[in-house]
Write a protein that binds this ligand. Structure first.
Ligand SMILES: [Zn+2]
Length: 417
């Protein structure tokens, strides 16, 4: 019996050692080949458990140099267990607030400092070094400044740098800046004059949100992309003409621009993005010069004064809720390139009286024409093969079809097979 237990224990021990060796793998096994006598020795090293540690002492930053945080290393094997990271230099208040950049050869403007002037000039140099950027949030909530001139040489204006500067009327941005970053001027409700250089190619997310005093789109000649809700609530803009060079309009670019009446889209625009004109309650005229392929979700939602809109030939998809609540629209022509009419697409378009569904259409989403209370005639170019939740629907009679589309019977998508 004792012998049996001993044997089992021995086997277990061997297994355990074998497993340990295989787990640790090649890293801990060093094979040395001695060339002279061709003998091979194998040593198994015990892995370091990094139990003893040394602190690598950091350095405090000053106004003249950056600092370093504390780090940590293993005092046995020297492995860095926690690396040191750079602490930015201390701010310098000299009128405006400056900071030496991590390169130690240039400065950033980090805030208004002790300046009380309402007119601010951001210099191009400080103490003989170039000023290259305005840090994010640098002038955020500076409610008194009225004008800012940014000197040439500044290439980077950080996110939200002038957000909520509610007295700001005019600002000059120098050539060399390539992006108006997210929320840079949002809630600058008095901003009227802004010079955007041709070097700017992108206007960021919400960059001009709530700039209610702007009367025209602030764009230089180089702009190609406009970010998500870049001009949200810019109620003072009435006419917009987008140059052909603009190729990307993100969702909701003109979200709730209540003053906007007339828009001309250049040749670079090939889609009406989601929510592009959502809530533009005074929009009445849209001119399209590009080859539009799709109309995004909610793109004209609640354009309450839109009376007509010719969906361009070539559009294949009308997104869900695209014309939701366009209560004054009287006439909608669906070109025979459209295959899909999204759900809720014309929900609550109270003044539409008749609609023609071309034979290109194969899907009509649920509630697409729901609550189009005056809809009396829906003419299906191809009335056969339509199914709703598995049931065949007969669309040969325009009056019956209209009745079906505008009532709650239209709970499921309609599909043509
Ligand atoms: Zn170690």
């Amino acid at each position: 019996m004792k012998k049996l237990i001993f044997t089992i224990l021995t086997i277990l021990l061997c297994l355990t050692s074998f497993m340990l060796i295989s787990c640790d793998g090649e890293e801990d096994t060093t094979t040395t080949v001695d060339n002279e006598d061709n003998t091979t020795t194998t040593t198994v090293e015990v892995p370091c458990s990094h139990e003893k540690t040394n602190i690598i002492h950091g350095v405090s930053p000053t106004t003249k140099r950056t600092g370093l945080t504390d780090g940590m290393e293993c005092s046995d094997c020297g492995l860095i267990l926690k690396s040191q990271s750079i602490i930015p230099a201390e701010p310098i208040i000299d009128g405006l607030a400056y900071r030496l950049n991590n390169d130690h050869f240039s400065y950033s403007i980090i805030g208004i400092g002790e300046k009380t002037d309402t007119e601010i000039v951001i210099p191009s140099t400080y103490k003989g070094f170039p000023v290259t950027e305005i840090e994010k949030n640098a002038f955020k909530d500076c409610k008194n400044i009225k004008s800012v001139v940014i000197s040439k040489g500044i290439r980077n204006i950080g996110t939200a740098a002038f957000m909520h500067c509610e007295s700001l009327i005019s600002i000059t941005i120098p050539e060399g800046v390539d992006t108006i970053k997210n929320h840079t001027f949002s809630y600058c409700s008095n901003l009227k004059n802004i010079t955007i250089p041709d070097s700017v190619t992108y206007i960021g997310v919400g960059a001009f949100k709530n700039c209610k005093s702007l009367t025209s789109l602030p764009l230089g000649k180089g702009v190609t992309r406009l970010g998500y809700r870049a001009f949200e609530d810019c109620d003072g803009i009435i006419d917009v003409t987008l140059p052909d060079e603009i190729t990307e309009l993100n969702s909701g670019v003109f979200y709730r621009c209540d003053g906007l009446k007339s828009v001309t889209l250049g040749k670079g625009i090939t889609a009406i993005s989601d929510g592009m004109f959502e809530g533009c309650s005074n929009l009445t005229s849209i001119t399209i010069n590009g080859d539009i392929k799709s109309i995004g979700h909610g793109s004209f939602m609640f354009c309450e004064n839109l009376k007509e809109f010719a969906i361009p030939k070539g559009v294949t998809v009308i997104g869900s809720g695209a014309f939701y609540g366009c209560m004054r629209i009287t006439d909608i022509k669906i070109p025979n390139s459209v295959t899909t009419i999204g759900s809720y697409a014309f929900y609550g378009c109270l003044r539409i009286t008749d609609i023609k569904i071309p034979n290109s259409v194969t899907t009509i989403g649920s509630y697409a024409f729901y609550d189009c209370l005056r809809l009396e005639s829906a003419t299906f170019e191809d009335a056969s093969g339509w199914k709703c939740n598995g049931n065949t629907i007969d669309f040969t009679n325009p009056a019956d079809s209209a009745a079906f589309l505008k009532t709650s019977l239209n709970t499921y998508s309609l599909k043509k097979e």
